[in-house]
Design a protein around this ligand. Structure first.
Ligand SMILES: Nc1ncnc2c1ncn2[C@@H]1O[C@H](COP(=O)(O)OP(=O)(O)OP(=O)(O)O)[C@@H](O)[C@H]1O
Ligand SMILES: [Mg+2]
Length: 320
């Protein structure tokens, strides 16, 4: 396998970085590797078991239509960006096919690999980045939980699932089931940063209005999600209008706009208590007008048959 260790210009988060004059040169080391053979088994002598944990698959074949994957290689979780048009759509969205088709990536402390076609050649290349990935910085809760110490019981959508302590975990947990919400990719970090900060405010200013925040979730010590108390219950309906109005009023009394009032974001517990969830779009210092509109929309939202949003991207998109 040819290995070219010269730094090469590359695009990272839309920014062209030339390592030869970048102030981040020490943080970004790049390797470019050409591969003649792209078939690769799922059990790797380098990494052991490989598993796709999250995927955001492009439906188009244009070069810039990239697909993004979060993959477990042994005990390491890495991020892979695949240029459009390299693999067909079936391969892009199937765990065994994609893992088999990916080039053989080396062991090491790299964080992201960008897989692309070599210019003017019919081979696949990759570039590794050792860049520190974005993380949630509002770390207000004393508990930090390693994402790999949790096992998925049920998937709710692309980034939310019910979890239980993993059988081999060293941690001691005081729950049997909890809700895990993670930023699968860096782009989702700001949304979860906002929600993490909101949970802190709700925890102090409106205790009991939302599920208990059980701790920050880290992946290789990088905060990228949180764990919530699991509320056994059902989504709200018009019959719960009064209780939902009370819950929303309580939030508004602190000048917090929920930002996504719909029947799926109220959980009616088995005991009839109403919890508000999903503060990803919430806003502090809301105006009277914003809060009035949100309150007035509540009845209509609770009467809706279904939520039009579908957040599941792919049947093989599996956390954690
Ligand atoms: N604490 C909880 N207890 C029980 N179920 C929960 C809890 N938190 C979330 N869920 C379930 O997970 C679903 C998705 O959670 P959440 O609303 O936070 O995610 P979202 O992706 O931001 O929302 P949306 O699907 O509305 O875009 C909820 O509708 C609910 O069914
Ligand atoms: Mg929701």
């Amino acid at each position: 396998m040819a290995r070219d260790q010269r730094p090469v210009s590359c695009e990272l988060n839309g920014e062209i970085i030339d390592p030869s004059n970048s102030p981040n040169v020490s943080a970004v080391r790049w390797y470019s590797v050409s591969l003649l053979e792209i078939y690769y088994p799922i059990t790797s002598p380098f990494f052991g078991m490989q598993e796709i944990l999250s995927m955001d698959v492009s439906s188009g074949d244009e070069e810039e239509e990239e697909s993004e994957y979060r993959i477990r290689f042994g005990d390491q979780i890495k991020y892979i960006i695949v240029q459009g048009g390299i693999f067909d759509e079936d391969t892009r969205s199937s765990m065994p096919d994609l893992l088999a088709a990916l080039p053989r990536l080396p062991n090491g402390d790299w964080t992201t690999a960008r897989v692309s076609k070599a210019a003017h050649r019919d081979t696949i290349t990759y570039q590794l980045s050792y860049r520190t990935l974005d993380r949630i910085t509002t770390l207000w809760h004393p508990t930090k939980i390693d994402v790999q110490s949790l096992s998925v019981i049920k998937r709710h959508n692309k980034w939310v699932c019910s979890v239980t302590p993993a059988p081999a975990s060293n941690h001691t947990f005081d729950f049997e089931r909890a809700i895990l919400k993670i930023a699968r990719f860096e782009l989702e970090i700001p949304i979860l940063e906002n929600e993490t900060a909101l949970y802190q405010i709700i925890h102090t200013k409106c205790p009991g209005l939302a599920p208990r925040f059980l701790g920050h979730v880290v992946e290789h010590e990088r905060a990228m999600g949180f764990l919530l108390e699991f509320i056994e219950g059902r989504r709200a309906g018009v019959e719960d209008l009064e209780g939902c109005q009370k819950a929303l009023k309580r939030l508004h009394s602190r000048r917090i706009l929920h930002g996504d009032v719909n029947r799926f974001n109220f959980i009616v517990s088995e005991g009839g208590r109403i919890y508000l969830i999903d503060f990803a779009n919430s806003k502090l210092d809301a105006s009277e007008e914003e809060m009035r509109k949100e309150y007035e929309a509540l009845h209509r939202q609770l009467a809706k048959e279904s939520n039009s949003k579908s957040t599941l991207r792919s049947p093989t998109d599996r956390p954690v």
